[in-house]
Design a protein around this ligand. Structure first.
Ligand code: AMP
Length: 143
């Protein structure tokens, strides 16, 4: 199974903020959209970073509430690891485990076309295990 299938289930909605926005503005976006990370995009739509709730906690821990006025660009992770729609779910899990992060933007033809989280992967794995177990029960009932 591939990332493309995950995107079919969850949609391709990508929530982004611009790098010059303040941390307070980014927090409002995360809270309004009930998500844990946003991709950071320049005005041209180019991916320039990713900002997750962990970055925000770190900034608040280091600078206190003054960090809320800092630019997203000063807090985000600029070196973003991405995947493609053709990336397998197994490979995606490996990427998240190795990188120790829970969000991976999906890039297609140089543009971000979706974002997958560890929650999407877990949902997918649980559904697959349940389907497998149901198939096994059906098989036993037929025997
Ligand atoms: P997360 O587990 O996704 O909340 O992120 C933990 C840390 O990894 C934060 O510093 C994020 O900015 C960073 N991070 C999250 N996703 C990615 C990614 N796809 N590539 C690189 N860094 C990331």
């Amino acid at each position: 199974m591939h990332v493309e299938q995950l995107l079919k289930d969850k949609g391709r909605d990508v929530v982004a903020v611009q790098p010059h926005r303040t941390l307070a503005e980014a927090i409002k976006t995360l809270s309004d959209r009930r998500i844990g990370a946003v991709v950071v995009m320049g005005a041209d739509g180019a991916l320039v970073g990713i900002l997750s709730e962990r970055d925000i906690i770190r900034a608040l821990g280091a600078h206190g509430s003054a960090a809320l006025n800092n630019a997203v660009s000063s807090v985000m992770t600029a070196k973003v690891v991405t995947c493609r729609p053709q990336t397998s779910v197994d490979e995606l899990m490996e990427i998240m485990t190795t990188g120790r992060f829970r969000h991976v933007p999906v890039v297609e033809d140089g543009r971000v076309s979706g974002i997958v989280s560890i929650g999407d992967v877990v949902k997918f794995r649980v559904a697959a295990i349940e389907a497998e177990s149901q198939a096994m029960r059906d098989y036993i009932a037929m025997a």
